[in-house]
Design a protein around this ligand. Structure first.
Ligand SMILES: Cc1cc2nc3c(=O)[nH]c(=O)nc-3n(C[C@H](O)[C@H](O)[C@H](O)COP(=O)(O)O)c2cc1C
Length: 449
């Protein structure tokens, strides 16, 4: 059951008793009506609706969707492609999977509306390799939709044709990065491309203009087409419109997913009211607010934020509104909406060692600072966990991270450096090496290499 403080749009039917992922059920609930309305309108009107809606991408960066669409370079006359990014690889994030499993037609309708708006004739859903059940569900749903002329040739008798193909990745975090994803879709090793010149809107899939949008973003497009851009913009707050799917894991009593109006609830309300607070007898210590790459927030730290009217507000972590801009103003980010919560029993060195093991494993190896640096961060935190830290290790760890961020082809560099930089900055006492190093109780953590 949704919490009363939630506002469900994309997740309206998720977990609803009797709601099944097949086409008849979707049609009974008003499915594909937004597509029917959309194909009766001019494509550019829909692009305008999405611009008016203020929708920002839900895959991580929060880039305005309508702006992204209007950057498509059509001068060459090459075909335009659309890719739904269903890689969902950011640790702590598990929203797209629920959409795919329980409401796949919502995504397909969002894709078809976006394709009509941008006159795309071929779309792909790039789904991570581990989501084999999700891939099967999508293939089945596309087949059902094709049989009813909702996908494929002559959509709804309009003469407009558009195919959707499901492409399975092989399970690599870097394939979520849009240019790595495009390389992988082309059948190559997923080394991210340099921007410029390889902005997908200009030189994307097969060197053609390409839209890459997150699964949740494309679902919001369906609701924008349904209710209109202005109505959507009234949900949430001025620069952070609509609802947001938030995935909460870790030390809360009710972990799971929640859909809330952007910026209308604070981090404290989310964690205490919706998620039931910390486990009995515990206090919150820290939270990673937007997927594992976002900078950690320490309970107890305070932020002086300058408001638009010139006044200053003093926020604790609990007071931060859950939206892109407020989290950015506090030095972190809304990212992919995956919150990882840690209570006062958490060993921050062990937690960072875990993250660093992940990033070292997932670095694609194209750029030296990331390939070498991520491995060094893993090694240093692993020896801290095992109580073998050297006197200078705290400093060394920070300096390695500082030399990765900003020096790589793609934002994986920042993604792997930010956790280390923020953990060491905010929990410095736990990262002392040498004589002060303690034997960590979790010495069974990542193996020392
Ligand atoms: C290392 C890395 C991993 C990423 N993983 C994902 C992912 O799993 N899913 C996703 O939608 N976006 C991911 N992104 C963001 C994409 O590059 C891209 O910005 C996004 O798909 C655009 O969609 P949006 O505008 O709808 O947010 C990742 C970015 C980076 C740097």
């Amino acid at each position: 059951m949704p919490h009363p403080a939630e506002r469900r749009l994309v997740f309206r039917h998720i977990d609803e008793p009797g709601y099944t992922p097949d086409l008849p059920c979707y049609l009974r609930h008003g499915g594909y009506e937004a597509l029917r309305k959309s194909v009766a309108r001019k494509p550019e009107e829909l692009v305008d609706e999405v611009k008016k809606s203020g929708l920002r991408g839900r895959g991580g960066a929060g880039f305005p969707c309508g702006v992204k669409w209007s950057l498509l370079d059509r001068r060459s006359g090459k075909p335009v492609y659309l890719i739904a990014n269903a890689d969902e690889s950011e640790p702590g994030t598990f929203k797209d999977r629920y959409i795919i499993h329980q409401d796949p037609h919502q995504l397909i309708e969002g894709i078809m509306i976006s394709c009509w708006a941008n006159q795309v004739k071929q779309a792909y859903i790039y789904i991570r390799g581990e989501f084999s059940q999700g891939a099967r569900i999508l293939e089945q749903a596309i087949a059902e939709a094709r049989a009813q002329r909702l996908v494929g040739p002559d959509i709804l008798g309009t003469g407009y044709s558009c195919e959707i193909y499901v492409h399975r990745g092989a399970g690599a975090y870097i394939c979520g990065e849009e240019t790595g994803l495009i390389e992988s879709l082309e059948g190559k090793r997923p080394y991210p491309r340099i921007k410029p010149p390889y902005f997908p809107a200009v030189l994307g899939l097969y060197q053609c203009p390409t839209i890459v949008n997150n699964v949740e973003t494309l679902c919001h497009v369906k609701h924008i087409a349904d209710m209109g851009g202005e109505a959507f913009a009234k949900i949430g707050t001025l620069n952070n419109t609509g609802t947001r799917l938030l995935c909460v894991s870790g030390h809360v009593r009710r972990p799971g997913y929640y859909e809330v109006e952007s910026g209308k609830i604070t981090l404290g309300q989310l964690l205490n009211d919706l998620c039931g607070g910390p486990p009995p007898g515990r206090k919150f210590k820290a939270v990673i607010p937007g997927g594992s790459s976002s900078k950690i927030l320490r309970f107890g730290e305070r932020f002086k934020i300058r408001q638009q009217d010139g006044s200053t507000t003093d926020w604790g972590v609990e007071d931060i509104p859950m939206d892109f801009d407020s989290l950015a103003a506090c030095g972190s980010m809304g990212g992919s909406g995956g919150l990882i919560v840690m209570d006062d029993s958490t060993d921050m060195v062990a937690a960072l060692a875990n993250l660093n093991a992940f990033y070292a494993h997932e670095s694609c190896g194209q750029c030296t600072p990331c390939r070498e640096g991520s491995l060094w961060m893993k090694k240093i935190t692993a020896r801290m966990v095992h109580g073998d830290a050297r006197p200078q290790d705290g400093e060394l760890l920070k300096s390695v991270a500082d030399q990765i961020a900003g020096r790589t082809v793609c934002p994986f560099g920042e993604a792997c450096a930010w956790p280390t930089q923020s953990f060491v900055l905010k929990f410095g006492d736990e990262f002392k090496g040498g004589a002060d190093a303690r034997k960590h109780p979790s010495a069974a953590g990542p193996a020392l290499v």
